[in-house]
Design a protein around this ligand. Structure first.
Ligand SMILES: [Cu+2]
Length: 225
């Protein structure tokens, strides 16, 4: 069990959530894994039973089993999953969340550019292939691409969102726990795709303000104050 738990941890593990969106995704994953385990055990038990008891079932009871196992059971489980997914979708995309900070994300072969915006939408700081976030704050990522379709993904914080040329996709994520954390392009975009990754630093608000100051764009005073 300890080995299993260790295998779930890591800077790029969706099963080691560090925010509400990733938490909702991980819960969905565990629910599906548990459901699949129960269904698998049930099928094995029925197969074992069928091998032990050679006598055939009466047609009426075979019909009931098909109705229960083939229609009622999957319909109930899939409906429950659909309800969970629909209820959790707000938390996963942050659709109704109020953002404390906005970051413009530009993907290009093969790097990530992050521009930190102030309340008026002006760029105050810039970083490439490294992202910093203030802990406990909701951040709005405005994701775009300069060339081909990429996919912005920080597994410990939430789901993926495509970076599509000429289109801005929005995802809001919050980091409640400090690193180590890593993001990765999740859409094959060319030969260097696997190396299109970035480190994510989750900082306390004052540390974050200093971090931005060190990367301030000329003529601005930093967003963190
Ligand atoms: Cu890419």
């Amino acid at each position: 069990m300890a080995a299993l738990a260790t295998a779930c941890a890591g800077p790029q593990s969706a099963l080691d959530p560090a925010g509400p969106a990733a938490g909702a995704i991980a819960t969905g994953w565990w629910l599906m894994a548990a459901g699949a385990l129960v269904a698998w055990a049930l099928v094995l038990a029925l197969a074992a039973l069928a091998m032990r008891r050679r006598s055939h079932l009466a047609p009426a009871s075979a019909g009931r089993m098909i109705l229960a196992g083939g229609i009622v059971l999957p319909t109930t489980l899939l409906a429950a999953l659909l309800v969970y997914g629909t209820v959790a979708s707000d938390r996963i995309t942050g659709a109704r969340a109020q953002a404390d900070l906005a970051v413009q994300v530009t993907a290009r072969r093969w790097s990530w550019e992050f521009e930190y915006l102030d309340a008026d939408g002006a760029v105050v700081a810039l970083s490439i292939d490294e992202l910093a976030l203030p802990r406990g704050r909701m951040v709005e990522f405005r994701v775009d691409s300069e060339d081909v379709i990429h996919s912005f993904w920080i597994p410990r914080l939430g789901g993926k969102i495509d970076a599509i040329p000429g289109r801005r996709n929005v995802l809001r994520l919050r980091a409640d726990a400090a690193g180590p954390m890593r993001g990765q392009c999740a859409e094959f975009c060319g030969l260097e795709h696997a190396h299109m990754a970035f480190d994510v630093a989750v900082l306390e608000p004052d540390e974050f303000a200093r971090w931005l100051d060190e990367r301030a764009v000329a003529g601005t005073g930093g967003v963190g104050r």
